[in-house]
Design a protein around this ligand. Structure first.
Ligand SMILES: [Zn+2]
Length: 107
């Protein structure tokens, strides 16, 4: 069940699970403006003609600076969900696709 590919070589500093957020003000689970600072080291491979291809990117450090709710326009009510908390068994959210509807008002 837990199929973990522990490849330490390419997964340096990267999170295997994405962060999930919830706006406690409006209940938004799907729309956020996230500002992230990320330091990445990569192999910049130039051709003789100067064409660049970036290879083997490694995330050295990553930090989330700000998370704003798309609907509220503020991060005041945004909380971080524990991994798995929002996956599947979220009460109040109808399963079966189409989780894009704005929670408060619909046109
Ligand atoms: Zn909100």
């Amino acid at each position: 069940m837990a199929e973990q590919a522990t490849t330490g070589a390419e997964a340096v500093g990267t999170r295997t699970e994405p962060m999930r957020y919830r706006c406690t003000t409006c209940g938004n689970l799907t729309r956020f403006d996230v500002t992230t600072t990320r330091r990445v080291r990569a192999f910049h491979h130039y051709t003789v003609g100067g064409e660049l291809s970036v290879e083997d990117p490694v995330v050295l450090s990553e930090s989330v600076d700000e998370v704003l709710c798309r609907w509220c326009g503020t991060g005041a009510g945004v909380v971080v969900l524990a991994f798995g908390e929002a996956a599947g068994d979220t009460p109040g959210v109808a399963s079966g696709g189409g989780s894009d509807a704005a929670p408060a008002e619909r046109a």
